[in-house]
Structures are given as C-alpha cells and as structure tokens.
Design a protein around this ligand. Sequence first.
Ligand code: NAD
Ligand code: MN
Length: 474
Amino acid sequence: MSFEYAPAPESRDIVDLKPSYGLYVDGEFVEAKNTFKTINPATEETLAEVAEAGADDVDRAVAAARRAYDTVWGPMPGAERAKYLFRIARLIQERSRELAVLESIDNGKPIRESRDVDLPLVAAHFFYYAGWADKLPYAGFGPDPRPLGVAGQVIPWNFPLLMLAWKIAPALACGNTVVLKPAETTPLTALAFAEICAQAELPPGVVNILTGAGETGRALVEHPGVDKVAFTGSTEVGRQIARSVAGTGKRLTLELGGKAANIVFDDAPLDQAVEGIVNGIFFNQGHVCCAGSRLLAQESVADELLDRLKARMATLRVGDPLDKNTDVGAINSAAQLAKIRELSDSGEVEGATRWSPACELPERGFWFAPTVFTGVAASHRIAREEIFGPVLSVLTFRTPAEAVEKANNTPYGLSAGIWTDKGSRILWAAERLRAGVVWANTFNKFDPASPFGGYKESGFGREGGRHGLEAYLR
Ligand code: NAD
Ligand code: MN
C-alpha cells in the first residue's frame, strides 16, 4: 500500500513584492534609465521590474563605496564593524522565511532547500565573519593586516543570497566596502539584502547593489576605481575577467565551473552512497558548481549501485518549488534549460544510454526530469563539459589507481567525493585527487569555517574560513 502526498504549499503572502526595484547606491534606492524583468521560472510569470545599471550608475556606486571606505568603514575599529555584521546576521535570521520564499520564487529552487540549506548558511556566514572582524591581527596575515579598498563582486544565479554572503561578509569584516552585482535572473534577494543593510543602519556606501546583466558586470569589474574583483560564474566569463584585470594591479579571485567525480568503491555502504549521489547531482536541480556530476562506480558493484540509484530516483518529487514535499524544482531559465537539453541530446548521439524515472512535469515553466547516463566514455561531452543541471554521467573503474586517474581527467578541479568503508583508502585517494574540496562518505557539505575553491579551470582563491580573509586583506 502506498499513500499519496497531499499538497503542502508554503504561503507566498510573507513576501511583499513591489512592482519595481531601483539600484541601491549610497544607502538609497535610485532609478536607472533602463529596466528589465525577473520572472518565476516555475510559472514564467513576471515577478518585478528591476533597474539595469549603466556605466554612470557604476561610477556613482564605486564613488560612494570609495567615500565610505575612506571616511567611515576603513578607519572603523574591527570591533565596531563586527556589531554591524552581527546585526545583519540577526536580521537575516528574523526575515529568513520571507527570504527563503523570495529565493524560491525568483530562482526556482525547492523551498525545503532555500529554507533549510541556503538561509541558515547565509546567516551562519555573517555570524562567522562578524567574529573575525576584531581578530584580524591574529588570523596569520601579519600583525596589522589592512583592507584592500573597494571590492567589485559579481555572482551567479544558482545560490543568489548565499553567494552574496560568501562575497560580502568577508569583505566587510576585513574593512572593505563593496559594489555587488547579482545575476540578472535572480536579483530579488540581493535587493532584499539592501533593505536589510538599511535596517541595520549600515553607513551609506558600505554596500551598494547594482542589478543588471553581463554589460553591467563588465563595467563594474573594469572600473578603475575598483581595487579587488571577486567573481563566481562560468569559466568563459572568468577568463574574460582575468584578461581585463591583468596588469591593472587589481586583486582577483575566480570561482568557476566544475565536473566533480563522486567515486564509489566496492566496500562502500551502497544505500548511503546512493543518498550521497542523489544529493550530489539533484540538489538544487544540479545547478551547483561542485555537483557530483560524474559518478565513478567500481565495476564489481556498479550494477547493484545503479539498480538502487534508479529505485531512489523514482521517488524524487519534481514540481512546484513552494511545495514543501518537492525535491527537484524548476530549471532557472529558458537558456539554461536549452543548454541542459543540448548536452543531454549529445550524450545520446555519442552513444551513452539515457534513463529518467517516469515523472509528470508541469506545463508551464522550465523543467527537466532527473536523468542518468550509463555507458559513458571519458571522451563524451557529457563526461567532460559542465551540464549544470540534473544529469548524472556514470563511468566505471576497476582499481583505485584507475579511479583517481579518471577523476583527475578533467580541466576542472573544484570538488570530489569518496565512498568507502576504509579510512586508509579515503586518505590515499584524497591525497591524489586534484580538487579543492574532497568529501568522504558525504557530499555537498558546507560550513562557513571551511575554505572552498578550485584547481585548474575551476578558478583560484579560496572563500570561507580563515583562508577567505586573505582575498580581502593586503
Ligand atoms: P555567467 O558567467 O554568464 O554569469 C555569472 C555572472 O556574471 C552574472 O551575474 C552575469 O551577469 C555576469 N556576467 C556575464 N558576463 C559578464 C562579463 N563579461 N563581465 C562581468 N560579468 C559578467 O554564467 P551564467 O550565464 O549564469 O551561466 C553560464 C554557465 O556558467 C552555467 O551554465 C554554468 O556552467 C556556469 N555557472 C557556474 C557557477 C558556479 O557557481 N561555478 C554558477 C553559475 C553558472
Ligand atoms: Mn527570476
């Protein structure tokens, strides 16, 4: 006997959407010449009209950030800066239900994740870096580490508020001021954060939020008044930014794409591994730079593992992001859906075998069923390129050495996973994997105290932990 799930919708009423939003510059919301719309990817309805910052707006925001840096924030003692950061962290907690709903409707991610993962981590990040603000002389970067000045920060759409927290919390803790540009499909929680800055009475100009698309981002990172550029997004744009910043004396950190191996050895607890594989690739619709998008299964257990994985995938609930039972929400945009489709089609054309559980997808909005490809060769595009969607490519291996070699056979190096019963094998493999984060018998675990970042084409620099301070100190 099986029971059907009754709908369990989270109420949208807690979010008070305005018809239009301005830019947040020097402590005030101001209009721009042009605007664009942000939509709910689960329904395709327009949520709000948002200002598109032009070059003159970037000028004004950078000037405001410079003024705030020179006159207020730079000279302020760390213990005083900490009070503002603690206040922001508490306001985020107070407004977390509202922010979770807003994130889910603008991005398409399940409310269960925005409520239980994104928002708690966002608050934790501000609490963590608030704690560092008065302890910088003891962080291991010399007795009197100094801030860099004005940080220009550009973030993607997959974890809008969390990426904002990763960028803004360490920058402010170290005494920098910021101009941040959220992604064009997910600007709303960054604008809610701007309100929180005002609510916390953060001095004007310390945080400026400029909405807009790639052109706005380019104007920001190329602005001569910016001392530090921090970017998270695609490797292609990261490369462009690295070129434009080269030789300017600006400091740069890049957090780019990934194609992580999740390695299951024959002695792994298979049911636990299945949970880790599902979490690794279907969490946040697979829109995760460190997603475990390549499953490497040891040949002797591969069939058994796949049977159990498919049975588990058949229980995933795809649909309304605001339903508390939903596991997999909407794909963030029509463009991202087209990219996932194109790469998945190439998998079939190149000879891999495609499988998805039966699942009914809503009529409107952007959706993609959880998908697994078997019979994948290392040369297939689906084994090499980042799909950034709920699509898993399965490869097999015979020996631990082969597993490591296959795992490292990628231009990326952001994360990796190891599933085994043996501690010695975890240490042996972790030492050989060329990835910034290696998870053992777990996956996609994040903590503000733990550094995160890439090798090779996944970028450079670290965010999070004590290491994350270094990117914002002289
Ligand atoms: P993107 O790199 O195009 O955009 C990321 C951010 O950079 C956005 O805010 C965007 O407006 C801005 N931007 C675009 N062009 C810019 C430029 N020339 N100069 C400065 N800023 C610019 O990424 P996307 O369109 O969101 O997604 C494309 C691909 O990037 C995805 O399919 C995925 O493969 C990858 N991606 C990776 C991450 C990650 O966390 N590592 C996040 C999102 C996307
Ligand atoms: Mn949106």
